[in-house]
Design a protein around this ligand. Structure first.
Ligand code: NCD
Length: 303
């Protein structure tokens, strides 16, 4: 039985197979409409979500399966004090696969250690978010057709953004990838990520101004400042509008750069950028559903 807790749980070859399967689903969705008939996905969401939860649910429904679960800790027995470990055991009696999101780092690992069905980490605190990374990789694969030798800019809250941590880990495995990390000093990537970049000899630089580096990027990954992970509101208010991507800044970028964002966006991408053909964040949402279909089929070992 396989779980997906960190993006490194999948080898590069397995990621390739998932991307190929998702491509096939896009080409012929009808052929997959009954693949998970009789199977159930449980979505255990202890933290707010729009895309990730609905994307998992839509993915399972499009495979002919069904879904159950809860969308907030308040509406589950967590509010009575039940542990994640117990909930995972209980839900194993009702469903065939679990997608779990929790504000605490490590919660998905705990769930996986007790569940008797595959567990997918749909975000654990500021740690990892592997299915967002699969979504990001799928988008890069579809729009850029390669991972090697890309210059990837990541901008915004690199400290608390779990999507950033997972994407860096995943992209480190492709040749010649260069990282440009754009953030205020307070929101730089955590030491464990920087240490990995240094010890692995990866090409990366940390800059403060997006304008200084946007022209070199093939992919720009914008992120939201993660209000819910700040210890005080003052810091959040001071840092929240550090970066706003607008048409002026887009003029400095390459013609074929693509802009990704895991969403939700708050202020960090001006609405005027949505009409720019390089804005790929809404396409990214759709690719996320297809790659999750591929992932569910793979973890359930459905042919
Ligand atoms: C991200 C998350 O939850 O980490 N959103 C998502 O899953 N699409 C990013 C965010 O909340 O800013």
């Amino acid at each position: 039985m396989r779980h997906l807790i960190s993006p490194m749980d999948l080898s590069v070859e397995e990621i390739d197979r998932l991307l190929t399967l998702a491509d096939r689903i896009i080409d012929d969705p009808k052929a997959y409409a009954h693949k998970c008939e009789g199977k159930k996905l449980a979505t255990l969401f202890y933290e707010p979500s729009t895309r990730t939860r609905l994307s998992f649910e839509a993915a399972m429904l499009e495979l002919g399966g069904s879904v159950l679960g809860f969308s907030s800790a308040d509406s589950s027995s967590a509010s009575k004090g039940e542990t994640v470990a117990d909930t995972a055991r209980v839900v194993s009696c009702y469903a065939d696969i679990i997608a779990i999101r929790h504000p605490k780092e490590g919660a998905a690992t705990v769930a996986a250690s007790k569940a008797s069905i595959p567990v997918i980490n749909a975000g654990d605190g500021g740690h990892h978010h592997p299915t967002q990374t699969l979504t990001d990789l799928m988008t890069i694969h579809r729009l850029k057709d390669r991972f090697d030798h890309l210059t990837l800019g990541l901008c915004g809250d690199l400290k608390f953004g779990r999507t950033v941590h997972s994407l860096i880990k995943a992209m480190c495995r492709y040749e010649g990838v260069r990282f440009i990390l754009v953030s205020p000093p307070e929101l730089r990537v955590p030491d464990y990520i920087r240490d990995d970049l240094v010890s692995g000899g990866f090409d990366f630089q940390e800059v403060e101004r997006l304008e200084d580096a946007i022209g070199e990027m093939d992919v720009l990954y914008m992120t939201r400042v993660q209000r819910e992970r700040f210890f005080n509101e003052e810091d959040y208010v001071r840092l929240r509008d550090s970066y706003i991507l607008d048409t002026e800044k887009m003029k400095l970028a390459k013609e074929d750069m693509i802009v990704l964002h895991p969403l939700p966006r708050v202020n960090e991408i001006a609405v005027e950028v949505d009409d720019d053909p390089r804005a790929a964040y809404f396409k990214q949402v759709l690719f996320g559903k297809y790659i999750r279909m591929a992932l569910i089929m793979t973890l359930l070992e459905v042919e």
